[in-house]
Ligand binder design. Structure first.
Ligand code: GLN
Length: 552
């Protein structure tokens, strides 16, 4: 079978769940044992997502090969249970950069290099290269933005050109939104009709419309959409109402015969047999009922719940995955570290927000300190870590959460009261977390984009440690995104006092995992375990946290 390319394009609104739709379409085929991969196209000029503010843009998802990408790639990995690579992520900046570099090296042999066709051709060649690398039978391509915008027009042109070349192998799904205006109380299809028109103007006829909305579409509206958007049948309108869990969506699509219709239009016969691992996960998810309260402690500068859910999506999902396997449901609570003061009264400056005593943490079953950068909120985070350590609350520190846990330990157990990371205080007498020379040079030249320690690194675990038992193996590979490292000059003293380094990078002797003795679960990792947690493969470090939380 030739690779089949399914383009997923948005209409009407952003944020309607195009990424989840793309991932769910992939999952439907994965359930039928196809080799599926997915590509995300982000139309902005940034070369990658690494330099973007996560509170505005959402989480930066890091791939094994060290790319800093959009959070949607995380959804793909979670739904498809497969690794997604740098090749599967495109931005306008990246495409132009590579076309310009090719031009400089005479790749175009003296031709005038033009926006069309050279930009779409570059896009097409990347899509094909990604499909080849993944040996994909089905490749899903999510075009960022909504149709009708300037930004994604060249990607739609690439899609159109691909369809012309291979009509049987390329197909278009328009994911659109059906609003229910309050004063009318009925679902309106007109905005979607306009979106389909806008797509027609780009030379693209949608094959399917996935109709997002609060409720499922009724028959008259299906007919209307099919008729006015020139679909072949009303069955080519797929209803996608809001659901409790995004993991329900593949089944929702399958119940509408979406895979059968897709395969028919692309002229291939669906494989027989169906893998039920995903269904079983969803079943477990539905029956899980033991509540655990997890405090996620960080600096949140009053960002809304929605933004936070986006900025920490992999952390939230990883906690959910581990909970499902333990029959539990996590309640994730955002705890702003800036509100803590030592005495419980207003802290220095007397700001209103800084008036909570750290002991409010006693109401949680587990504490997570996620990744982060900079000074803001750090003293409050360190207080929270101390509280977790002393009060035996299960703790998991992710990257910054590991670094700050070693600093807390150095300050309060070893008595190195000025211990710090050089990220915050370059002149600290006790740089527990320091920077290596290569990173120092990057910083001094303002080389911020793509220069952190990024992507997968090997790590060897100490036999018999709690963490090693959780992994059930000695050699692991995990994903990183940070500039600073633990300073090995302090290793011996810290270990003697009871905080063990139980995961070490063998090539560079870097300390990757800490584990505290005589504590139900106090673990921190220099890498980001949340990036590798999947519904069908929950992450061992989150499993450890949830198990300990349930015991508490
Ligand atoms: N700011 C820390 C560093 O750069 C931690 C980064 C993170 O948590 N991802 O090393």
């Amino acid at each position: 079978m030739n690779t089949k390319y399914i383009f997923v394009i948005g209409g009407v609104l952003s944020g309607v769940g195009k990424g989840v739709t793309a991932a769910s379409i992939g999952r439907m085929f994965k359930n039928r044992n196809y080799n599926v991969s997915a590509i995300k196209i982000d139309p902005y000029i940034n070369v990658d997502a690494g330099t973007m503010n996560p509170v505005e843009h959402g989480e930066v998802f890091v791939t094994d090969d060290g790319d800093e990408t959009d959070q949607d790639l995380g959804n793909y990995e979670r739904f498809l249970d497969t690794d997604i690579f740098s090749l599967n992520y495109m931005t306008t900046g990246r495409i132009y950069k590579s076309v310009i570099e090719k031009e400089r090296s005479m790749f175009y042999k003296g031709k005038c290099v033009q926006v069309v066709p050279h930009i779409p051709l570059e896009v097409i060649s990347r899509i094909k290269a990604a499909a080849e690398k993944a040996k994909a039978e089905i490749m899903i391509i999510e075009v960022g933005g909504t149709v009708g915008e300037y930004e994604n027009i060249l990607y739609l042109e690439a899609a159109r050109m691909m369809k012309l070349d291979n009509p049987d192998d390329v197909l278009f799904v328009l994911v659109s939104y059906m609003p229910v205006p309050g004063h009318l109380g009925e679902m309106k299809t007109k905005p979607t009709q306009h979106a389909a028109r806008a797509l027609n103007n780009c030379g693209i006829q949608p094959d399917f419309i996935v109709a997002r909305g609060r409720e499922a579409l009724d028959k008259p509206r299906r007919e209307k959409l099919a008729f006015f958007c020139w679909l072949r049948s009303e069955d080519d309108v797929i209803a996608a109402p809001d659901v409790d869990s995004i993991y329900d969506i593949p089944a929702l699509f399958e119940s509408q015969k979406f895979p059968e219709r897709l395969s028919k239009k692309m002229h291939f016969r669906l494989k027989s047999g169906r893998d039920v691992a995903w269904d079983n996960y969803v079943k477990k998810l539905k029956t899980a009922n033991k509540k655990i309260k997890i405090a996620v402690v960080g600096k949140y500068f009053g960002a809304g719940q929605f933004t936070l859910a986006d900025s920490y999506i992999s952390v939230i999902e990883a906690a959910k995955h581990a909970c499902v396997y333990n029959g539990a449901v996590p309640e994730m609570c955002w705890v702003d570290s800036e509100q803590f003061s030592a005495q419980g009264g207003p802290a220095s400056g007397g700001e209103k927000t800084k008036n909570k005593n750290i002991s409010i943490l006693s109401e949680y079953d587990a504490i997570i300190v996620p990744g982060g950068f900079g000074e803001r909120g750090v003293e409050g985070i360190i207080m929270a870590i101390k509280y977790a350590r002393e009060n035996k609350i299960p703790y998991l520190g992710l990257c910054y959460g590991m670094q700050l846990a070693t600093i807390e330990f150095a300050r309060n157990v070893l008595g190195l009261t000025k211990a710090n990371t050089v990220e915050i205080n370059p002149k600290t007498p006790d740089p527990i977390i320091h920077i290596n020379p290569k990173q120092k040079e990057n910083m001094s030249h303002n080389r911020y984009g793509g220069t952190m320690r990024l992507g997968a690194y090997d790590c060897v675990l100490t036999t018999g440690s709690q963490v090693q038992k959780l992994y059930g193996t000695k050699k692991i590979s995990e994903r990183h995104r940070h500039r600073y490292e633990f300073n090995n000059d302090y290793k011996e003293r810290i270990e003697k006092a009871g905080l063990q380094f139980v995961g070490i990078n063998p090539e560079q002797n870097l300390m990757e995992i800490i584990e505290l003795k005589n504590h139900p679960y106090f673990v921190g990792s220099q890498f980001h375990p949340e990036l590798k947690s999947r519904p069908l493969n929950p992450h061992p470090l989150f499993m450890g946290l949830v198990k300990a939380a349930l015991k508490k």
